[in-house]
Design a protein around this ligand. Sequence first.
Ligand SMILES: [Zn+2]
Length: 204
Amino acid sequence: MSITYNKKLGLEIQNHLIAKGLESFRKVPHNKSEQLDIISNAYSDILKTLGLTTSEFDKTPYRVARMFTQEIFYGLDYENFPDCSLFENDFHYEGVLTQKNINIMSFCEHHFVPFEGVAEISFIPKDNKIIGLSKLNQICDFFSRRPQIQERLTAQIFETLKFLLKTEDISINIKAKHTCVSFRGLNDKDSITETKMTGGALSQ
Ligand SMILES: [Zn+2]
């Protein structure tokens, strides 16, 4: 899937979320190659400290550094925000639009292990403007791809959609399984965390 980014829109969204108290992250403090070096070295220390010094682990620090900086945490950088221009609602649809089963793959910022689940988003189009459906998935993916907590993830997507769609008539629900609960701690394989935010005509 090829995604078009919109740096200008990304920075507008970041400023909006900062103003709403929903963003504390500001800026990546190093360029990409410095990040790769620093993380590789630090991860190599972690492996050595665990006694993992055999050749199978030679490339692991670099792989982890590349994964953090170029893949699973790309959503820290608002320059990677998807281009979400709205377009005319030619069919003048005034009902509720719901996008279900949006896959969420994120990373618990407390334990640095993944959580994954599905999001459901509903909204009522305003001023005859609609958003490309796949953009909803891309927005969810953007905010998921960083060290995150589910509550903030839900609030950031909710606030971003209000900002983009210029309406309060939005609801979002996320159900996710956290490996920090299933794979450690309580080791509870079945529990699911649900978060929900609703507004305007979709308030519950
Ligand atoms: Zn956790």
